[in-house]
Write a protein that binds this ligand. Structure first.
Ligand code: AMP
Length: 308
């Protein structure tokens, strides 16, 4: 039951219509690990931070069962920094700043204890780093899941394609699926990505409209929970990824049926993430809260129909 998570660990400045945060803890791998740790421990983390990353935050991750052996601390460099601003309806955001800092030349080292992992979550960071991780694992994990974003499609498309070609599941949002495929229709985009680019499964996250799981000619849909208040969508995609891979790693079942369940779990986890700024909500929830939310999601789409 072993899971490796790769991704950024960051400081984020976030502005939403409800407020502004100043340099809070974020990063793809942070959200993924916090979400996945609800289902599987340890979460074997691979990332890099600078001298400015608070020791208490590393200790807090360890309390959540995150193994930091694969997290490098660069004593003379600054941590990755990202700033984003959401539009009024929060379905779109602008990236204001991306300072790669320690991420710019990150050379991941895989601790010996991580070798032989069954599950790999390649979270958002440079595709070159994602490739190095793939190359440095002696055995191919049973399931490799990858997340990415428009920044890397704009700056490193060729390397990104090389990673996509080697993964089993690609997670992207709707805009990224369109950008990667050049198709506006998400069904056509999925056909192109699955047919030509390598992955067997494609998950397209559609924010408040849920997520779609494509496999062959089949598509399955997970709703998003309609929430009264959405405070900060940052990290929702990564949290979804953490719930998805955490569930798969816990159950060790990589069937299509179980991946359907995994996108429901991912959707439930993402619904918590958006309720507070940054990672705050993910640090508060218990397994019982997750059970309740999964029930609510199931009730949302349960209906009897007698249509003749
Ligand atoms: P999400 O809202 O799920 O897309 O993820 C937001 C998180 O991704 C933030 O906490 C950022 O620190 C992190 N992030 C933003 N841009 C990048 C990037 N280019 N590479 C890696 N992580 C990033």
């Amino acid at each position: 039951m072993s899971l490796i998570v790769v991704g950024s660990m960051a400081f984020d400045d976030i502005e939403t219509p409800f407020g502004k945060s100043n340099r809070i803890i974020g990063g793809a791998a942070t959200y993924i690990a916090l979400a996945a740790s609800q289902f599987i421990r340890p979460v074997n983390q691979i990332s890099v931070v600078g001298y400015d990353y608070p020791q208490e935050e590393l200790a807090e991750l360890e309390r959540f069962g995150v193994n930091l052996e694969g997290v490098q601390i660069k004593k003379d460099r600054k941590s990755f920094f990202w700033a984003g601003k959401y539009h009024m309806d929060m379905s779109a955001r602008d990236t204001l700043v991306t300072e790669l800092n320690v991420l710019s030349d990150f050379d991941p080292v895989i601790p010996e204890s991580y070798q032989g992992a069954e599950f790999l979550m390649l979270g958002n960071l440079s595709p070159d780093v994602q490739l190095k991780v793939l190359d440095r694992l002696r055995e191919r994990p049973r399931l490799i899941v990858m997340d990415t974003m428009n920044f890397w499609m704009d700056t490193a498309l060729e390397a990104l394609h090389r990673v996509v070609a080697r993964v089993d599941v690609l997670l992207v949002n709707d805009a990224e699926a369109r950008q990667l495929s050049g198709e506006f229709s998400l069904v056509r985009a999925a056909r192109k990505i699955l047919g030509e680019m390598g992955p067997k499964y494609l998950v397209i996250k559609k924010g408040e409209h849920g997520a779609l799981l494509f496999h062959g000619n089949t598509v399955f849909c997970a709703p998003a929970l309609p929430l009264e208040d959405v405070f900060d969508p940052t990290g929702a995609g990564d949290t979804f990824a953490g719930g998805f891979t955490g569930h798969v790693a816990r159950t060790k079942d990589i069937s299509f049926e179980n991946l359907k369940t995994a996108i429901i779990v991912g959707s439930a986890m993402a619904s918590f993430c958006v309720e507070r700024f940054g990672t705050q909500r993910l640090r508060e929830i218990q397994l019982s809260d997750i059970h309740t939310r999964i029930r609510q999601l199931a009730d949302l789409v349960q209906f009897d129909i007698d249509f003749n």
